[in-house]
Ligand binder design. Structure first.
Ligand code: TYM
Length: 333
C-alpha cells in the first residue's frame, strides 16, 4: 500500500438512501477520494439487527453500490465491497465483544432509540451493533471515518475499545477519528425539523429519497414545515427556526455557498421564493446522480464484479489486522 491515509465508511442497505445520507456522508466521500485511500462498504450485517425483508436487503445492497458510483466514487481507485463478503468483520467483532462492557453499550443513544422503536425485538445484535461497527473500522487501520453527526457516538466507543485493547496488548489498532462534513452533517426531517431526516421515518414527506422523482422532490421541499415569522434567518439552537435552519443547511450543502451568504440573498423575500429556490437547487444536485444511477443499476454483472473484486481486496488488507489480534489474544494461527 502507498502512504496515503486510510478512510473507511459505509451505509446500511436497509432502506432508500436519503438526501441526509448523501449530504452527511456520501458527498464528503467523493471529495476525500482525491487525497486518501478510501474503502466504502455496504454494511449488510448491520441490517439484520432489526427485521428487514431478505429480498429488499439483497436488492438494496447493489442499489447502494450503484448510488455510490453515480455520486462520483470511482470504482477503479477505491475499494467498494459488501460487508458480509468479508468474514473478517464478524470474526473481529466477536473478539472485540469480549473487550466491551455491557454498560457502555446500554448507554448508546441509537440502542435506546431502536429498542424503543422495536420493543418486540430487542436482540443481542442491536446491543452489540457498535462493536461490529468498531470492527469494520479497526480492521483497516483506518485514520478517518467520514460520517454524519448521528454516528459520532459510535466512533467514540470504537476509539475507547481500540484504546483498551491497545493498552492490554500494545499498538494493535490505529485510533481512528470521525470526520464531519462542513455543512449537512445533520439534515433534519422536513416535517418535524427537530428530528433527524431518516429513511425509517414512516412519513415519506419527511425525507427526500435519492430515488424520488424530481417533481416529488420539489413538492416535498416546498411542503417543508417552517414557522410563521417570515424571516429567512439562521438561528442555531432555536427550535422555532429549525425548519428554516434545515433548509439553509441543505441549500448551503448542495450549492457550496455559506449559510450567511444565502440568508443575505433572501433578506427581503418570503418563504415561498426561498423554498422554490431550495427545491430547484436540490433537484439540480440529484438529477445527474439519478441519470447515472438509472444506467448503472441495470448492469448487474458490472456491479457484482466490483463487489467481488472489492471483497478480495478488503479481505487481504483486513487479514493482517485480524491475524495480529488473534496472535495477541492467544489463538494458534
Ligand atoms: P446509516 O446507514 O444510517 O447512514 C449512512 C451515513 O449517512 C449519515 N446520515 C446522515 N447525515 C446527515 N443527516 C442525516 N439526516 C443523516 N442520516 C444518515 C450517517 O451518519 C452515516 O454516515 N452504523 C452506520 C453504518 C456503518 C458504518 C460502519 C459507518 C456500519 N459500520 C463503519 C462508518 C464506519 C449507519 O447505520 O449509517
Amino acid at each position: 500500500m502507498d502512504d496515503k491515509k486510510i478512510i473507511f465508511s459505509g451505509t446500511q442497505p436497509s432502506g432508500v438512501l436519503t438526501l441526509g445520507n448523501y449530504l452527511g456522508a456520501i458527498k464528503n466521500w467523493v471529495e476525500l477520494q482525491k487525497d486518501y485511500r478510501c474503502i466504502y462498504a455496504m454494511m449488510d450485517l448491520h441490517t439484520i439487527t432489526v427485521r428487514n425483508t431478505p429480498a429488499d436487503i439483497r436488492r438494496r445492497t447493489l442499489e447502494v453500490l450503484a448510488l455510490y458510483i453515480a455520486s462520483g466514487i470511482d470504482p477503479d481507485e477505491n475499494i467498494m465491497f459488501i460487508q458480509s463478503q468479508n468474514p473478517n468483520h464478524a470474526e473481529l467483532a466477536w473478539v472485540l465483544n469480549c473487550y466491551t462492557y455491557m454498560g457502555e453499550l446500554q448507554r448508546m443513544t441509537q440502542f435506546k432509540d431502536k429498542s424503543a422503536r422495536h420493543a418486540e425485538n430487542i436482540n443481542a445484535g442491536l446491543l452489540t451493533y457498535p462493536v461490529l461497527m468498531a470492527a469494520d473500522i479497526l480492521l483497516y487501520q483506518t485514520d478517518f471515518v467520514p460520517v454524519g453527526k448521528d454516528q459520532m457516538q459510535h466512533i467514540e466507543i470504537c476509539r475507547d475499545i481500540a484504546g483498551r485493547f491497545n493498552s492490554l496488548y500494545g499498538d494493535v489498532f490505529k485510533i481512528p477519528e470521525g470526520l464531519l462534513s462542513k455543512t449537512g452533517a445533520k439534515i433534519m426531517s422536513l416535517q418535524d425539523p427537530v428530528k433527524k431526516m431518516s429513511k425509517s421515518d414512516p412519513n415519506p414527506k419527511s425525507y427526500i429519497s435519492m430515488m424520488d422523482d424530481m417533481n416529488v422532490i420539489a413538492k416535498k421541499i416546498k411542503g417543508a414545515v417552517t414557522d410563521s415569522e417570515g424571516k429567512v434567518e439562521y438561528r442555531e439552537g432555536d427550535d422555532t427556526k429549525a425548519g428554516i435552519n434545515n433548509l439553509l443547511s441543505i441549500m448551503s450543502a448542495v450549492t457550496g455557498r455559506s449559510i450567511e451568504a444565502i440568508a443575505a440573498d433572501y433578506q427581503n423575500q418570503g418563504y415561498g421564493v426561498f423554498k422554490a429556490d431550495v427545491a430547484e437547487a436540490v433537484v439540480e444536485c440529484i438529477r445527474p446522480i439519478r441519470e447515472k444511477y438509472d444506467k448503472l443499476i441495470n448492469d448487474k454483472a458490472y456491479l457484482s464484479g466490483i463487489c467481488k473484486n472489492g471483497a478480495e481486496n478488503a479481505r487481504r488488507i483486513s487479514e493482517r489486522t485480524l491475524n495480529k489480534v488473534y496472535k495477541k489474544v492467544g489463538f494458534v494461527i
